[in-house]
Design a protein around this ligand. Structure first.
Ligand code: MN
Length: 252
């Protein structure tokens, strides 16, 4: 049986993690190592300035009081004592689409797996209310996990999977979408009269982009986007070249 590491950013107690781990037990030996507290939107953060505590909560269930990236590293070096065959992060309560993948702790968990050379995927379920039915997302995770174990993608490539709420039409391979970034910062006063701020997602309007992950999910398809930690904009290389050559000439 392949060894499967499950993590998430919603925390070890999230029902999404349990649904995912339970479903993956059909195809492998599953060990979950996940943040003790919710760590949503921490991105790919690594904890370097305070100690991390590893705690076993049940058979094959461990918490780390850190980020998803911390969890993957602690799992590989201290729990599994070696690399797993697959890393699966999720199932997140809420989609991770378009530019939002850069904030996502769920996606970062899979990205860390990919950086360690392990086939990896992140799975998120669209939020429509506080009620989540993880059945279809878990089934999609098992289907794609099985496929990745048989046919691994190039090293460092991992999958970002987003599952729509309600009935699913099938799987669609997509590209990362783009949304407007109107983030509102709400202001209120604490009991001592001091101002505090609360970041809120503002209006989310999406660019019309053929094959985008957002459109696939909006149309009822499971969106499967291959991602890579390499953020290089290859099309912009000649432009950057022109910029730095210009500067070099100017310095003289
Ligand atoms: Mn989350």
């Amino acid at each position: 049986m392949p060894k499967i590491l499950v993590t998430n950013d919603d925390g070890i107690r999230s029902a999404g993690l349990e649904a995912l781990a339970g479903a993956l037990e059909a195809i492998g030996d599953v060990i979950a190592v996940a943040p003790l507290m919710e760590a949503s939107a921490v991105g790919h953060a690594l904890t370097l300035r305070h100690p991390l505590r590893l705690e076993q909560l049940a058979a094959n269930r461990y918490s780390v009081d850190g980020t998803p990236t911390d969890c993957v590293n602690v799992a590989v070096s201290k729990v599994l004592r070696g690399r797993p065959d697959l890393v699966v992060s999720g199932i997140n309560k809420g989609a991770n689409l378009g530019d939002d993948v850069t904030y996502s702790g769920t996606v970062a968990g899979a990205m860390e797996g990919a950086l360690l050379g392990v086939p990896s995927l992140a799975v998120s379920l669209e939020r429509r209310s506080d009620e989540f039915d993880f059945t279809q997302a878990a089934a999609a995770a098992v289907e794609l996990a099985t496929a990745l174990l048989t046919n691994p993608l190039p090293s460092r490539t991992f999958l970002n999977v987003n599952v729509p709420h309600g009935r699913v039409k099938g799987l669609r391979v997509t590209v990362q979408g783009r949304r407007n970034h109107v983030t509102s910062v709400a202001e209120a006063r604490d009991p001592r009269g001091q101002p505090y701020f609360w970041i809120e997602e503002g209006q989310t309007r999406w660019e019309e982009l053929a094959r985008s992950d957002h459109h696939a999910v909006a149309d009822g398809w499971v969106s499967v986007t291959p991602l890579s930690p390499d953020l290089t904009d290859h099309a912009a290389l000649p432009l950057a070249e022109a910029l730095s050559l210009g500067r070099e000439a100017g310095v003289k």
